[in-house]
Ligand binder design. Sequence first.
Ligand code: CP3
Length: 364
Amino acid sequence: TSLFDPKDFPQLKNDTFLRAARGEETQHVPVWCMRQAGRYLPEFRESRAGKDFFETCRSPEACCELTLQPLRRFSFDAAIIFSDILVVPQAMGMDVQMVPGKGPTFPDPLKDPEDLQRLRVKVDVNTELGYVFRAITLTRHKLEGKVPLIGFTGAPWTLMSYMIEGGGSNTHSKAKRWLYQHPEASHMLLRMLTDVIVEYLLGQVAAGAQALQVFESHAGILGPAEFKEFSLLYLRDIARRVKDKLKEDGQDVPMIVFAKDAHYGVEDLSQSHYEVVGLDWTIDPRSARERTGGKVSLQGNMDPCALYAPKERISDIVHKMLEGFGTRGYIANLGHGLYPDMDPEHVGAFVQAVHKHSKQMIEQ
Ligand code: CP3
């Protein structure tokens, strides 16, 4: 079989992450970090040097190498495919560039509802995003069954906000203006995104993804009512449609929803067909458990900046976090991604502390 054959994958040796996602017993709490492939690693900076970001995303070999880098250093219990959420707006026909020092930039963002006509009506994900699927298949082989591979997507509202803002923003007022001035066009755009995302996630599973995370990174700029109407509805639709289709094919892939800063949405998110709710650091672990009533597994949520603390302090913070969440139905992670100036040694200390403390707690 060729390396690109999405069948005959090596047997999985460490299923701790998948078991925790399903709320099953484990011998230790699994851990991974959002943005574990990133600029905090010198080998990442070297691989990426002088290359365009989205060109890198289009190379299955480069994505595979960048995905594997953090696993050579740390005993993470999951890998996440190197890619970006903004490949979906690209697949819909929008130009997106990664400008060094500035971040993602859309030279020609959506301004008015008429601009929706610029988007592709029917997106063939195999044509437009096949490079991500090939990266997943290749990486799944090269992982040699060490840990499961997570696929991901941006959620509709987060992608909509990028497509209208044209890049990062403090207020997101251009995108929020649409919600209040053009609610119907907003829903039309969110539906278009949802349709592409469902096909995209199913394609990732067909290519070899063993879990899926949906990033609603811009949830926190919405109020509770707007969150329900413009975010939650679509998050639920995505999980339901992906799960229904997978069930038809006799497959079961755990799904994680990470809606950053959506404290008010935690109860609703725990009843949205996702096995796992990811949390940012502004939520107290115990109250998150109470509010989700043991219905889902939880993931998170150490403040990434706690990695600036001395290693002993990191270990204490991790211990408290584990006591708050408990060791069952829990996946340790940060409350958001790693930053480029973080010390890889402290990331290692975080991973070790999760494994050490959780083993002791489970054995007791
Ligand atoms: O390791 C992983 O987590 C997997 C890879 C991954 C990347 N982006 C690689 C990346 C994932 C899961 C993402 C998701 C993503 N991309 C999100 C959702 C998660 C979140 O942070 O809330 C968002 C909002 C984006 C959009 C995006 N892409 C931003 C804001 C940036 C940073 C720009 C900057 O200059 O700081 C990116 C670029 C990006 N995506 C980098 C990486 C490793 C860094 C740039 C580089 O490598 O040149």
